[in-house]
Structures are given as structure tokens and as C-alpha cells.
Design a protein around this ligand. Structure first.
Ligand code: ZN
Length: 277
């Protein structure tokens, strides 16, 4: 009995050590972003979890292919927002879309998504019975991106749940602010903006979140694109480092000033969004 007790204690200590190791390593990865969403790179990118209690990836295959990496701060914000939504929007489910490569750079067909700060989220929808369901994303509809909603936010049996969409953006903004980062820009089809601003979180969003007011050339009806605002190293530094050092010896410490140049980044995000999203 005593022997068993000791064994159990050893086993639980080992288990606790493993948990500490896993959680430490999960938090140890700190990403570095370079440049802007439309011309950037990422170091130590982290992969979004495939799913959680109230969210899922648009495509396990695409995730497997490495298309859902983000900056570590962005991952923290996204997961924290989903966790908050379990309380503030119980029963509602969410689907995220494309983000970017582990090391950033161009990811076709997107023009942005290059430095770990751009994330596409598919619109939360309700089915004919009013139930919150994941938007059906598969290879048949180009993983959701070929879905076309009408001007009232309807597609087949699905209706865009603007209340949940607004609550999601609200929770993203809170989670970002709590971690010392922000949301630089949200792109959603402009005709939908009045519907979004008419929700319970509408006035908060008007006051605290920047939306692209004109149409991007890709219609953002089935997904909304979010650029997060995180301090990045200038892209020139990335090229300078990669031309003189091997990636393994590159320092992860940003050389640039601590003051983010959001104005120029916002401008480039906007001008690029005219060509993409
Ligand atoms: Zn996008």
C-alpha cells in the first residue's frame, strides 16, 4: 500500500513536471514580425490551435499545410477572445480562416498576411432554425472563400449573425489592449457596416476600431480581415540580417525604436487592401 502511495506520488510529480515543461515551452516562443502586412516576414511564428470549445479552423488540411501561423501575440489575443466569448456569447460558434506562413512572406492569393499580423475570420452564421453553426468551409467552396452572401447577409440556409460578429471584434479589441497591442484595421464589406454598428457593441466598435470604409477589390462578405497592431522590426533589417547571418544566429530582439509607426503601417495596410484583403 505504502509502495503504491510512493509510486503514485512520484507519478503525479512527474506529470506536474511535464505540464510545467509543456506550458513553459508553449509560452517561451516569442515571435518577431518584420515590415508590414503587405510586405513582411515573421520569425518564430506559432500555429493557431485547430479548434476549441467554441471555434475551429476553416480547414484542418490547410492548417496541416502550414497556412495558419501567426505572431505569438496574435495567437494569445485570438485564444483569449474565444475564451471570453464562451461567457459573453454562450452557444455561439466561430470559424477562423487563413493567416500566414510560419516565416511570413507572400501567401497566395493574399497580398497582406505577410508578417503574422493578418487574420481572416469567417462570419458567424445561424441556420434556418436560428442555431449558431459553423459556416460550411470545404474544398468544394474553396474553403469558404467562394461563398457569396447577398446584401442582407444571406447565403442558402445561413444568415450572418452580426451580433456575434460584433461581440467577437469587441472581445478581440479588449484582449489586444490587455496585452499592450491593438487592432490596426478591420475589413468587412462596407454595405454590412451599418448592420454591424446597429448591434449592442456597435457604438463601441465605431469609437474604438478602425474599419476600411471603401470597398476592397475582393468582396469581404463571407469573411472579415483583421490586421493586428504589434511592434515590428523594419523589413530592411530582415533583409540585412538574412544576407549577413544565418537564421539560427539572428537575434530576436527588435533593433528599432520602441515607438511603433502605426500611421505609416496603417497607410500601407489600406493601400494594399485596395488590391487584396
Ligand atoms: Zn485577409
Amino acid at each position: 500500500m505504502r509502495y503504491l502511495d510512493v509510486n503514485l506520488r512520484v507519478a503525479s510529480a512527474v506529470a506536474a513536471a511535464i505540464v510545467v515543461l509543456i506550458s513553459t515551452s508553449a509560452h517561451a516562443v516569442e515571435s518577431t514580425c518584420f515590415g508590414a502586412p503587405s510586405n513582411g516576414r515573421l520569425q518564430n511564428g506559432v500555429k493557431l490551435p485547430l479548434n476549441g470549445p467554441n471555434f475551429s479552423s476553416y480547414s484542418p488540411l490547410a492548417s496541416e499545410l502550414g497556412r495558419t501561423y501567426v505572431h505569438s501575440k496574435v495567437l494569445e489575443v485570438i485564444v483569449a477572445a474565444y475564451t471570453a466569448l464562451e461567457q459573453s456569447a454562450p452557444g455561439r460558434v466561430f470559424v477562423y480562416g487563413e493567416t500566414g506562413w510560419a516565416s511570413g512572406g507572400r501567401i497566395r492569393p493574399h497580398r497582406q498576411h505577410q508578417n503574422g499580423l493578418s487574420v481572416d475570420f469567417f462570419v458567424p452564421v445561424r441556420d434556418r432554425t436560428g442555431r449558431s453553426v459553423p459556416l460550411p468551409t470545404s474544398a468544394a467552396n474553396r474553403f469558404g472563400y467562394d461563398i457569396e452572401f447577398d446584401k442582407d447577409g444571406r447565403f442558402e440556409d445561413y444568415t450572418i449573425d452580426f451580433e456575434s460578429l460584433a461581440e467577437h471584434l469587441y472581445q478581440l479589441q479588449l484582449a489586444a489592449k490587455a496585452r499592450g497591442v491593438g487592432i490596426a484595421l478591420v475589413i468587412l464589406d462596407p454595405p454590412y457596416l451599418p448592420k454591424l454598428f446597429a448591434t449592442a457593441r456597435g457604438s463601441f466598435l465605431v469609437q474604438n476600431v478602425k474599419f476600411l470604409k471603401r470597398a476592397a477589390w475582393v468582396r469581404h462578405d463571407e469573411h472579415y480581415h483583421v490586421n493586428f497592431a504589434v511592434n515590428c522590426v523594419p523589413i530592411e533589417d530582415y533583409h540585412a540580417r538574412t544576407s549577413t547571418t544565418t537564421p539560427a544566429t539572428v537575434s530576436a530582439t527588435p533593433r528599432s525604436t520602441r515607438t511603433p509607426n502605426f500611421s505609416s503601417r496603417r497607410k500601407s495596410a489600406e493601400s494594399a487592401s485596395v488590391n487584396s484583403g
